[in-house]
Design a protein around this ligand. Sequence first.
Ligand code: DAT
Ligand code: MG
Length: 169
Amino acid sequence: AELERTFIAIKPDGVQRGLISDIIARFEKKGYKLVAIKLVHPTKDFAEKHYDDLKGRPFFNGLTDFLSSGPVVAMVPPPPPSQSMSNHTADPQVWEGQGVIKYGRKFIGATAPLASEPGTIRGDFAISVGRNIIHGSDGPETAKDEIALWFKPEEILSYKKETDKWLYE
Ligand code: DAT
Ligand code: MG
């Protein structure tokens, strides 16, 4: 079964500004389960791979300089399984409704922090588009690619949480 997973990264500005715990707390309190996390300092080359789809944009060089400017917290939180679906984990469809990719993007807010609603991560903590503190996959395909770029399969853990039954009916 394929679980729905998204790739979230706290960019160098979020790490420098002491926002790691605030950001992780939002995903954790919502009920999403963290299955992989590490602190990495990406190279320029790696940053270019991560933002490959934006190659050719005027801000590409500044963006990849920025992402490779310091440590980044890379993490993968999928939703916990629901009680009622726990007997059907072989059906990939059951995970699609859980919404961690889309909801992750909602948590993050708009690309330009001044267009982000208060209550979102960028809305609460950032001002400039080039210093918007967090990355989140924008769909199932990018999530898959980004997880594979940043993590080895053995770095992604599978485990049960007892709180799952208090999150889902
Ligand atoms: P997002 O990070 O919301 O998915 P994106 O994928 O379009 O946004 O762009 C990736 C990053 O590139 C974004 O977080 C900040 C930077 N960026 C995007 N548009 C920009 C712009 N017009 N000027 C400067 N930086 C920009
Ligand atoms: Mg994007």
